[in-house]
Design a protein around this ligand. Structure first.
Ligand code: 9WN
Length: 409
């Protein structure tokens, strides 16, 4: 297939995954609206349908909680192909949603969409909602000035070794039998294991049992880890929000100050043994022990650090395709198991946004070339083996199609 034909397939994937104002990540495995997937979908749509691009974000924000939180899944329509569904989360909102959030990339992508297609009035309507969401992160997910996650699903990088130090302390004794759905759609060897799922469900149970009281979840919940990726994403997203404010003639000094404060707090995430930023357990102080995509997203935020850059360069050179989710030199590296090693086109695209802003054109071009090669060889899969390029996970995946259209081709 040549690149024009791939463009046509990518557009067709976005259109066929459209369920009416929102896009599912992939048919079967993920039948609802996911938060950061939708922001990427909007970016993809902006290459051929500006109206539909803004609608995607508007639909996502229509499920925003009164607290400002934008949930990680919106269960617009019933579908029993995914577990855990709305009855397990037990949130009680309309539409039903999950009770946690996901990486706040919407402002970053909204700015890029606006640069591409305009739509100032629609951006204006989204601005206070994005601001409220960023404020929610600050009020509900901060420790030591760093953004934390209360569940690995909140990080969007589910079974990444970043979360191993917190996962070992999660008590799963109250978890009864349950039926997973994901392993009926894709190879179980590529998915998180049962021990992971037991813990994921224990965290959901804690949230449900306390009525999704976010303060209790942060202060007493089973899991709280500082996330370098969301911290870096939010630094960038707050700066983009400040830039959006300027475009709209609003005062963006608040998000700009939040970004600066977070950058000042970064030393708490510095792992001296690793000489890199790393996830860190807030309860125990224990660091994750390998360099991951969490550290690599420092490039998105424009955080400069020579030691970490040297390590990231080594990690990149250890693989053939794109920046991996975990360092191949680490004992925890598994090249095809979800976030424990594979390369994710969507994460590469985010890193490239930062490389481009920093004027690092050669690195940006390399990342784009390697990501495009994966898609040309393997198609629009969810993620890939970074060593040999094997396509993994769900096929006809929305965010892979979206980043192809908006960036990689
Ligand atoms: C849980 C939809 C989502 C992505 C996440 C990815 C995966 C869900 C799951 O799929 O997570 O949210 O059930 O595995 O890890 O990043 O948003 O594509």
């Amino acid at each position: 297939m040549n690149d024009d034909e791939l463009d046509a397939v990518a557009r067709d994937i976005l259109i066929s995954n459209d369920r009416g104002g929102y896009t599912i990540p992939t048919d079967g495995l993920y039948p609802f609206q996911w938060n950061w997937d939708s922001a990427f979908a909007a970016w993809g749509f902006s290459t051929f349908d500006a109206h539909r691009a803004w609608t995607e974000l508007e639909t996502l924000f229509s499920a925003q909680w009164a607290t400002g939180m934008v949930p990680h899944i919106v269960f617009h329509k019933e579908d029993d192909g995914y577990f855990p569904g709305p009855e397990v989360w037990g949130v009680g909102t309309t539409p039903a949603t999950s009770g946690i959030s996901q990486p706040p990339v919407a402002a970053i992508l909204a700015r890029l969409i606006h640069d591409r297609v305009d739509g100032t009035e629609r951006l204006r309507a989204l601005y206070p909602k994005m601001l409220a969401w960023h404020r929610w992160w600050r009020e509900s997910r901060m420790a030591h000035g760093i953004t934390c996650v209360t569940h690995p699903w909140e990080s969007g990088r589910d079974n990444c070794p970043d979360w191993d130090p917190g996962m070992v302390n999660v008590d799963t004794s109250g978890i009864g039998p349950y039926q997973r759905r994901d392993t009926g759609h894709v190879d179980a060897a590529m998915r998180p294991g049962k021990a992971d799922y037991d813990r994921y469900l224990a965290m959901v149970k804690f949230g449900r049992d306390c009525g999704w009281d976010q303060k209790r979840i942060r202060d007493d919940g089973p899991f709280l880890m500082g996330d370098p990726a969301i911290t870096f994403i939010l630094i960038r997203a707050n700066r983009d929000l400040a830039a959006i404010a300027e475009t709209l003639g609003e005062d963006g000094s608040e998000p700009a100050a939040w970004a600066d404060e977070m950058e000042e707090a970064l030393p708490w995430l510095w792992n001296r043994d690793l000489q890199a930023y790393a996830a860190r357990d807030v309860r125990t102080g224990v660091f994750a022990s390998a360099i991951s995509s969490g550290a690599a997203l420092g490039l998105l935020a424009g955080v400069e650090n020579a030691q970490m850059e040297a390590h990231l360069a080594e990690m990149w050179d250890r693989v053939r395709y794109g920046i991996p989710s975990n360092d191949p030199a680490a004992p925890s590296f598994e090249p095809r198991r979800y976030w424990r090693g594979p390369t994710w086109p969507v994460v590469n695209a985010l890193i490239a946004v930062g490389l481009k802003s920093a004027g690092r054109d050669a690195d940006e071009a390399r990342l784009r070339r390697e990501t495009a090669e994966l898609i040309r060889q393997g198609g629009f899969f969810e993620y890939f083996d970074p060593m040999d390029g094997t396509a993994c996970g769900g096929n006809r995946f929305t965010w892979t199609a979206a980043i192809w259209l908006a960036w990689a081709n």
